[in-house]
Write a protein that binds this ligand. Structure first.
Ligand SMILES: Nc1nc2c(c(=O)[nH]1)N[C@H]1C(S)=C(S)[C@@H](COP(=O)(O)O)O[C@H]1N2
Ligand SMILES: [Mo]
Length: 413
């Protein structure tokens, strides 16, 4: 007899029962999910703060104190996102067989609910993965995409947190039930001496045995602890970006304290198109307020009262470093052109290409006693890469606004 094409045996699609690990259950999922939720929540809140710090047109600006405010919130943002990565992977592992669960094709209402739930989870998973992948790439200073990172990362964060809230609300009864049952102790749950329940191919025994049923292999507690451990290791591996004594073990820390003058360099002078010609004595800083202009050489700046402050520089990409900065108090410079104390100031640099060559400093930061136009870093003249001849350094500001190679400041009255 000749077999028709339709007789060729295709491997059947997996069903939920094809996934045989007895470790997957709601108690494990709920516990991992709780910690993932905490990491996402922290990441979202600190992300909102980060976004606020970046706004030029906010009704009010972040405070000027504590000086390390942005350093801490941005550090927590990057580290909580890093912590979430292993937790998300384990969480997805613990639930993905549900993707292959039976679809109630016969009942329209049940089918609609089933598909709506799958769609909402698809949105949550896609948004979460997008946030973690773009965030991780950003903290590694790698931008393999053409969209603008910050607005996109910000918009998708709302999608992620919105769908997370819906997800928690929908699953609340299951989460409650999961917490009502404790995870069994490892030695009660698993022992190398006990045999795995025998499973016939396609047999139902493959699905989760009764809670606490003896079997071989790791216990749920082991998986939970391993997930937390992986999360902790990931955090430690990234934390050296911010926490100096962790630098030696931080293999993910792409910015270490080994930059010139003990501070990493974000964009080099060469990358910004600032050539060594600025090192000559022809450099001038111009202060402008309406018709009034004052032009100063670097020697003029050096002749003014010099102040020294210890301030961190904290990059959005997660690294930060404390340093000692010496230079002229910005408010004293602005006083030379009679700047009103409530005026924001436009800061222009010698940079020829790329973002952040021109920034704006709000009045509260411009007038703060700690804000400097720095000439020196850790006791020596700034190197060209750190912003020679002069650069901004203000307390509690994202690194991108600590403008290097400043050549013109305009009072926006
Ligand atoms: N003109 C100019 N200033 C700039 C930048 C820039 O691209 N152009 N980068 C900023 C960023 S993102 C950071 S984190 C700090 C880093 O300063 P550093 O390179 O001296 O450590 O410089 C800031 N100043
Ligand atoms: Mo930065």
């Amino acid at each position: 007899m000749v077999r028709g094409a339709h007789d060729v045996k295709r491997p059947p699609l997996p069903t939920e029962a094809s996934f045989t690990s007895p470790l997957r259950d709601e108690r494990l999922t709920a516990r991992i999910g709780t910690w993932l939720g905490i990491a996402f929540g922290l990441c979202f809140l600190t992300g909102l703060l980060s976004h606020w710090y970046y706004l030029y047109d906010a009704p009010f600006f972040p405070p000027v104190r504590p000086v390390w405010g942005y350093r801490v919130t941005q550090g927590v943002h990057v580290l909580s996102g890093t912590a979430a990565i292993p937790l998300l992977l384990v969480k997805l592992w613990s639930v993905y067989p549900k993707l292959f669960g039976e679809v109630p094709v016969g009942h329209l209402r049940a089918l609609a609910i089933n598909l709506a739930e799958k769609a909402s989870i698809a949105v949550l998973v896609a948004a979460s993965i997008f946030e973690l992948v773009t965030g991780l790439a950003n903290s590694a200073q790698w931008y393999p995409w053409s969209f603008s990172f910050r607005p996109t990362h910000y918009a998708v964060a709302w999608i992620a947190i919105g769908s997370l809230i819906v997800h928690i609300a929908v699953k609340l009864p299951i989460i409650r039930g999961a917490y009502a049952a404790p995870l069994p102790e490892p030695d009660a749950e698993s022992s190398g001496l006990l045999l795995e329940p025998r499973v016939e191919p396609g047999g139902q025994e493959a699905s989760n045995p009764l809670p606490g049923q003896p079997r071989r292999g790791p216990s749920r507690r082991t998986i939970l602890r391993t997930a937390f451990l992986a999360s902790g290791v990931a955090v430690l591996a990234a934390a050296g970006n911010t926490v100096p004594f962790l630098r030696r073990i931080s293999v993910f820390a792409v910015r270490t304290g080994e930059g010139p003058q003990g501070v990493p360099i974000n964009r080099s002078a060469q990358a910004a198109g600032v050539t060594s010609s600025v090192t000559d004595t022809t450099f001038r800083l111009t202060l402008a307020h309406g018709d009034k202009e004052v032009t100063l050489s670097r020697a003029d700046l050096e002749a003014m009262t010099q102040r020294t402050h210890h301030l961190p520089i904290a990059c959005v990409e997660g690294w930060s470093a404390s340093a000692t900065w010496t230079g002229v108090r910005l408010s004293e410079l602005l006083g030379l052109v009679d700047a009103p104390t409530d005026a924001n100031v436009k800061v222009r640099s010698l940079q020829k290409r790329g973002a952040f060559g021109v920034t704006e400093i709000p009045a509260s930061f411009a007038q703060d006693s700690l804000t400097l136009l720095a000439l020196k870093l850790n006791g020596d003249d700034l190197t060209l890469d750190h912003g020679f001849p002069c650069r901004l350094i203000a307390p509690n500001r994202p690194g991108v606004f600590q403008t290097k190679w400043v050549t013109r400041m305009e009072v926006l009255a």
